[in-house]
Structures are given as structure tokens and as C-alpha cells.
Design a protein around this ligand. Structure first.
Ligand SMILES: [Zn+2]
Length: 205
């Protein structure tokens, strides 16, 4: 069951401290439409009543109110046909960088360059606004994780499991980045190292 997949990922996000209380939202694209968590639901404690089916424009097809960030999800599905799952959350380390308006774009770990290249920062706009949707979606054209300034992060993937992995790995990146800052700064990889890693990534696709 698709709803159960969302419930399980919500629980995992909560256990891994990637979400808390009633913050964040999860969705997945199905043949019937978009399944998305309802407004005010707690991702760690979801049941089927906390998930609503909408059409591809975001109109609820059941008598429940979808998350106030539903248009962010809808717009991402419109523009990224390869994406079938989206997690928006406010994990502590990613949100700390977002609050400082710092993108995660320093070449400090080879694995992260292979995985993300970088994690850009989308400019601030009011939560739930179409301005926030526009600001954020454009960074997701060629990236799968983006920071939302003074707010949180979004991770997108072909399925929920991989969206979870992306958010989890991004949070790990933010945590390591902060540690390197506390330790006086990481020794950055050279431009050539970065280029070689990106070529390696391209050749393995
Ligand atoms: Zn949010």
C-alpha cells in the first residue's frame, strides 16, 4: 500500500530526528494522483487519515485538507517527470545552514560531490506562498536537494526510499560541514579533483 510507504517513511524521518512535531510534509505520485500528508499532520505519527489524494493540480479528491505546501509538491511533479516522491522537512543541521543563508557548496568530501555536486540555497519567501514555490522549484531542475532560506530543505527522488536517503545524506553533509567550520575549516578539494569526480559521475550514469 502506498499510504503505508508514506507512514513508514514518516516514522523513519522522526526516528532519525529529520523531522519533529507537525513540521514538514511527504508526497508521492501514483497512478491515481498525488498522495500527500494533510495539513497539520505529524510525520512521525501518521495514519491513513493523515494522507489525502489530490489530482495533478493539487485539488483534493477526498474530504481532507492537503498540506499548506502542496503547491510546492505539485509544481515539482509537473517539472520533473522522473520524480515520484518528495520530502520537505526542517532537519536541524540543514535548517541551520538555511537560516544562515549558506548553500552547501564547498568541495569538502568526494562522496558528496558524486552524490549531490552541491546543495543550493533558494531565496526566502513566505511559507505556503507561490513565490516560495517559484523560488525553490527552479533550483530543482538539475538538483535533487535544495535548501530553502530561513526555512528548511526539500529532497526529491524516483521513490520515497531514495528521497529519504537524499535528505539523510544531505543532513549528514551539513553536520560534517559545521564540524569542519568549528575545527578551523576543511581542506577543500581542488578544481581538478572536483572536475574528475564530476566526470567519474557522468561516466558511471
Ligand atoms: Zn516547511
Amino acid at each position: 500500500m502506498k499510504e503505508e510507504d508514506i507512514i513508514n517513511i514518516g516514522e523513519l524521518l522522526y526516528k532519525k530526528k529529520l523531522t519533529f512535531s507537525t513540521s514538514g510534509n511527504i508526497s508521492m505520485r501514483t497512478k491515481k494522483g498525488i498522495l500527500i500528508t494533510t495539513s497539520g499532520s505529524a510525520l512521525g505519527f501518521l495514519d491513513k487519515d493523515d494522507i489525502v489524494l489530490t489530482d495533478e493540480t493539487g485539488k483534493e479528491l477526498e474530504d481532507k485538507k492537503a498540506s499548506s505546501e502542496k503547491m510546492l509538491h505539485i509544481e515539482i511533479y509537473k517539472r520533473r517527470k522522473d520524480v515520484n516522491a518528495i520530502i520537505h522537512a526542517h532537519p536541524v543541521y540543514l535548517t541551520s545552514f538555511a537560516a544562515c543563508n549558506l548553500a552547501l557548496n564547498e568541495p569538502i568530501m568526494s562522496e558528496n560531490i558524486l552524490y549531490f555536486e552541491d546543495i543550493p540555497l533558494a531565496p526566502y519567501a513566505m511559507p505556503s506562498s507561490m513565490e516560495l514555490v517559484e523560488n525553490t522549484v527552479k533550483y530543482l531542475e538539475d538538483r535533487d536537494v535544495v535548501l530553502m532560506a530561513n526555512h528548511g530543505a526539500v529532497a526529491i527522488a524516483k521513490d520515497l526510499k531514495h528521497a529519504f536517503f537524499k535528505l539523510e545524506t544531505a543532513e549528514y553533509y551539513a553536520q560534517v560541514m559545521l564540524n569542519t567550520m568549528l575545527l578551523g575549516g576543511a581542506k577543500k578539494l581542488s578544481k581538478k579533483d572536483v572536475k574528475d569526480l564530476i566526470n567519474l559521475k557522468k561516466s558511471s550514469l
